[in-house]
Ligand binder design. Structure first.
Ligand code: AKB
Length: 317
């Protein structure tokens, strides 16, 4: 029987991935955990425990008590928050991952999932259709922690046989949970403003194109990668993954088709410098070849779906 531990379940990805894991493996198979007790109310459908990934003994105890077979380690400080407190971001992102990898080795965990990011790329990486093995010179502490983390994942696989799998996520956009601390967060916030019939002030310039992905695609990619036979996984650092690419102007125009009076201003801040170092689009042909990855959502289909869902929540209130 599977016993799946989700660390950082209350975050943007965790909120939706935990639900999908319960739908796939059943509620008895999943334990949602988060550093913040306050997110407990999200998990009415499975068990929830408070857990700090920096407390290695607490993670080890839970793995032993629950006979955990798989770990999804999602807890991290994202790019924009990381720049405000670089040493803390490094500590949380690296020490957390090393605890999980080390415990996976010690307790012979069957599989580990850990998200990387397009933030591993930098100003000297090719800007468009960025390949899997492109040169990487990340400029944020978040990007540095992700590239180091990728190397550690590869090391634990090659040296100890830990079956750790990873995806380089683009900006993730969903309607069930707000984003927090990232450079791509504007693409979530803008929908909430449109729905509330308010104007939006964007912290990136109108033409800044970035790789993005609808949350349903991100969740499906994770489930597919984790279900693939180990022999199909040729990348043990992290797979490039592509959904769509758009700029603030393009997402605004897609929303304006639903809300003609919606308006936007641009007030770029420090996050513009981060965005300027990231690719505009990603080449994910290795993921497609290895485990059959295909994104289902583009900008118009994502916008229609998010607006429909957000309207339905508002009408329920
Ligand atoms: C961020 O903006 O920091 C994240 C990411 C692209 O990894 N959404």
């Amino acid at each position: 029987m599977h016993k799946i531990l989700v660390i950082g379940a209350g975050g943007q990805l965790g909120t939706e991935l935990t639900k999908a894991l319960v739908n796939t493996y059943g509620s008895d198979a999943v334990i949602a955990t988060d550093f913040q007790e306050s997110v407990k109310s999200k998990f009415t459908y499975c068990r929830f425990k408070t857990l700090d990934v920096l407390d290695k003994d607490a993670v080890a105890n839970l793995i032993q008590e629950e006979q955990v077979t798989q770990v999804y380690h999602l807890a991290a400080i994202l790019s924009a928050s990381g720049e405000k407190n670089p040493l803390q971001a490094w500590d949380i992102n690296m020490r957390g991952l090393l605890h999980v990898l080390e415990l996976a080795r010690e307790y012979k965990i069957e599989k580990v999932f850990w998200p990387s990011s397009i933030a591993v790329f930098g100003p000297n990486s090719p800007k468009t259709n960025t390949p899997q093995d492109a040169f990487k010179n990340p400029t944020t502490v978040y990007g540095i922690s992700k590239i180091a983390g990728e190397h550690w994942c590869e090391y634990y696989f090659n040296t100890f046989g830990v079956d750790v799998r990873s995806l380089r996520f683009p900006g993730l956009i969903g309607h069930k949970s707000v984003a927090g601390g990232g450079t791509t967060d504007y693409a979530v916030d803008i929908y909430y403003k449109a729905i509330q019939e308010e104007n939006y002030t964007c912290f990136l310039k109108e033409g800044t194109s970035l790789p993005m992905m609808y949350m349903e695609d991100a969740v499906n990619a994770t489930l597919q990668l984790m279900a693939a036979p180990a022999s199909a996984i040729t990348i043990r650092s992290s797979y490039n993954l592509s959904g769509m690419s758009f700029s603030p102007r393009e997402i605004f125009e897609s929303i304006q088709l639903h809300y003609p009076d919606f308006s936007i201003q641009y007030a770029p801040d420090f996050r513009q410098q981060i965005a300027d170092t990231w690719p505009a689009s990603i080449n994910d042909e290795v993921a497609r070849k290895d485990w059959g990855w295909r994104a289902a959502f583009d900008l118009p289909t994502m916008t229609s779906e998010i607006i429909t869902k957000l309207r339905s929540y508002i009408h329920k209130i």
